[in-house]
Design a protein around this ligand. Structure first.
Ligand SMILES: [Zn+2]
Length: 235
């Protein structure tokens, strides 16, 4: 017998629709990538999750299904859960207060994960939007884990599980994307938006710093030429 009502199921699917369309408007689901889930019940663990291979820029009656703690469909359906559903269930199992898990592939999160992939984490600090992750300390510093992008999803789920660090509600997968979660769909969305802002800011800051360094270098060269010019008395 089902542990939830038809109304609950429809309500959770509608919540997923809203998040999906908001993220789709930002181009966060290129090539049908990405996946979303919202927890329906903790015991037994049941999630509503995006079906595999669907265009997430539109809504149809066949976009989601309910899966159990083994990432298997809980109801009879022709839909397949997203290939990476095991990562969702690993997060829900290990951080029981999790109410929603969202995964997107973006250029900023991919570049950050590659740039810092060898050290296995990226550190960010002194940013107002760290508060968006629920971390309110003055001058807070956060360390976001980065795991390698194993093709074997079970292994990838194990690596994500090993990297989980509840204070920071996100894990990057190298050259792949981010998983972010929260106590509710509202909170998970806020966390994901904060992460994406922090990544985009960090990349732009690196570019500007590099550019400023190049300009300072050019200026120094020009000053040296000017000094040489005057010292030799050439006109
Ligand atoms: Zn993915």
């Amino acid at each position: 017998m089902s542990v939830y009502t038809h109304e609950t199921r429809q309500q959770v699917f509608q919540q997923l629709d809203k998040v999906k369309l908001a993220f789709a408007a930002r181009d966060w689901f290129p090539g049908t990538s990405g996946n979303l889930s919202i927890k329906i019940s903790s015991s037994p663990l049941l999630l509503a999750v995006t079906a595999s291979g669907k265009d997430k820029t539109i809504c149809t009656p066949h976009d989601y299904l309910v899966v159990d703690e083994n990432s298997k469909p809980y109801e009879t359906t022709s839909l397949k859960p997203s290939a990476e559903t095991q990562i969702h269930t690993a997060i829900y199992r290990n951080i029981p207060e999790t109410g929603a898990v969202f995964h997107v592939h973006t250029i900023p999160n991919n570049i950050i994960s590659e740039l810092y992939g060898d050290q296995g984490y990226v550190t960010l600090h002194n940013q107002e939007l760290i508060k968006g992750l629920g971390i309110w300390e003055e001058g807070a510093e956060i360390r976001i884990p980065i795991v390698e992008n194993y093709a074997d999803i079970s292994r990838l789920a194990e690596e994500v599980e090993r990297a989980l660090y509840p204070r920071v509600p996100g894990v990057l997968i190298r050259n792949h994307g981010i998983y972010a979660w929260g106590g509710s769909d509202f909170e998970a969305k806020r966390h994901l938006e904060a992460f994406e802002f922090l990544f985009a800011y960090h990349l732009q800051w690196l570019q500007v710093r590099h550019l400023a360094g190049s300009l300072a270098g050019q200026q120094a060269i020009q000053n040296t030429h000017s000094l040489t010019y005057h010292a030799t008395g050439r006109q």
